[in-house]
Design a protein around this ligand. Sequence first.
Ligand SMILES: C[S@@+](CC[C@H](N)C(=O)[O-])C[C@H]1O[C@@H](n2cnc3c(N)ncnc32)[C@H](O)[C@@H]1O
Length: 172
Amino acid sequence: MKISVQVKSRERVASHGEVFTAEREVKAMCNLVAAQCRDIHATFLEPACGDGNFLAEILTRKLSSITDDHERNSLIALSSLYGIDILDDNVNACRQRLFGIWDSHAEHSQPAKIQAARILQHNIVCGDSLKPASITFTEWTFRDDDIVPEGKEFVLASLMKEDTQQIAIPFE
Ligand SMILES: C[S@@+](CC[C@H](N)C(=O)[O-])C[C@H]1O[C@@H](n2cnc3c(N)ncnc32)[C@H](O)[C@@H]1O
């Protein structure tokens, strides 16, 4: 039986509500949007990502759906995932975890590894999700046959409806 740690310390629970979601619940929630989890282009944002429980599961599903051009498509899949956490150590753990999943999925060239690290540096960020005007992300565009995407920065608040402050990212 796999035992996952849901709490690191009492202090972190009290200060940041840090209780990690168990794998069973992560999988069950991802099953609710199963088609999007297989779509390498579908965008996901985990606004309190911790070490990336949801992003890791989604990345695993996206990668397993790739049938051709693995290097480029796996980078597209990686570039579709965004995360925010207020704790620096969680951000670093999330980046490393996603890189490990991406890297162990297939044999990758050194230039692809550099791009994966670049994408994660911009997509998994340290910040306060409740202050979306302070969060800057990067949208990635891959030209045909190229593994080096063009990045365009945007502020998270620009995706939110002004009246409701709800995130307006449509699922396909
Ligand atoms: C309940 S844990 C969930 C972690 C992960 N999403 C999961 O389901 O396993 C909440 C996380 O949110 C982070 N957090 C708390 N307040 C936050 C804020 N205002 N902005 C971003 N992250 C925050 C904590 O550091 C913690 O890692």
